[in-house]
Design a protein around this ligand. Sequence first.
Ligand SMILES: NC(=O)c1ccc[n+]([C@@H]2O[C@H](COP(=O)([O-])OP(=O)(O)OC[C@H]3O[C@@H](n4cnc5c(N)ncnc54)[C@H](OP(=O)(O)O)[C@@H]3O)[C@@H](O)[C@H]2O)c1
Length: 343
Amino acid sequence: MLSAELQVASYPEGGVGPQHFSVVKVEVPDGADGLAEGEVLVRNTWTSVDPGLRLRLRAAAPEGYFSAFPLGAPMDGILTVGEVVASRAAGFTTGDTVWHSLGWREHSVVRASDEAMNGIGTLRQLELHGNEPQWFLGALGPMGLTAYAGLAVARALRGGEVLWVSAGAGAVGSLVAQMARLLGHHVIASTGSQEKVRWLQDTLGVDAFSYRDEEPGAALKRLAPDGIDVYFDNVGGDHLEAALDAMRMRGRIALCGSVSDYESEPRGPSNVFLATAKNLTLSGFRGSLYLDLLPEMQARVGRWLQEGHLVCPETVYDGLATAPQALADMLRGRTRGKTLVRL
Ligand SMILES: NC(=O)c1ccc[n+]([C@@H]2O[C@H](COP(=O)([O-])OP(=O)(O)OC[C@H]3O[C@@H](n4cnc5c(N)ncnc54)[C@H](OP(=O)(O)O)[C@@H]3O)[C@@H](O)[C@H]2O)c1
């Protein structure tokens, strides 16, 4: 049968958009007869939209990161949730809900034994326990793991400190803000609009400011006059510079990403010496390399979800063809929470 997939048509210079992709119909098996031993056919139901994809839409991805997406091919390495429609792999049966990493396509033929994306993208059965399947792309999946792992590497799982998270209304940031609040921190979240500021305050229950209306440095002086202990950096550039200024002695910074650089010339902080002067710890980390924390994170976040202490905000686009626009909108701050495509 024919099924649609999104292929990379050209690499963007500057802002990504639908013009850089093409929807292509490809032949996929109808059932188990068309599968090789060890393969599973999945009808994808939800696929993820992540800033990291933009880093791979270029001839060479940053060294050490996931590889660049080749032109004229579907994009391997985007976590996706779906239902098994046929299986020739032990342990997987028709009707199972799974995640895997062959996303941005309607159907995927997945080899169950292939390890993908440091293990986080390997074909995996999902026990829903009353949770929505798409939450496994957000709070109960890679976004939750990234938020939790970042708090762990910044030694911030204990609470009682002042923590700033940038891109605080986004997928990772909104989870960091909620987890840190539940752990007992004083949380300050920054974002790009007053509407998102109100949502962060009213719905997530944290302090918030808009970097478009107030310099981060001035906002931090106002909201945390004695300084901050932990900075969860999703943005880089001027935000990281403001954090170095605002950190207290022995503060910790979790370097999660630098989205302000992904579509423009990188701009590093000019005050790195403050890391030495204040005895700070700056830790880069990748959630996918902390797979051992996944069960602990899912247990804690699952409980918070069931008890109504944590929400899974999402912005949903419908249909595979909308995924490129969803990526463009997310990078420009037009979405809130986890950006998803329903297939
Ligand atoms: N280390 C890891 O393992 C890992 C895993 C997943 C994600 N990440 C990183 O985590 C960060 C957030 O990812 P996400 O999936 O949660 O995306 P997201 O926050 O849902 O979306 C990105 C948001 O960044 C904000 N932004 C864009 N350009 C900006 C700029 N110049 N200055 C300030 N804010 C800007 C926008 O929101 P506003 O409206 O607030 O401007 C935008 O919506 C990214 O840096 C990503 O690469 C890292």
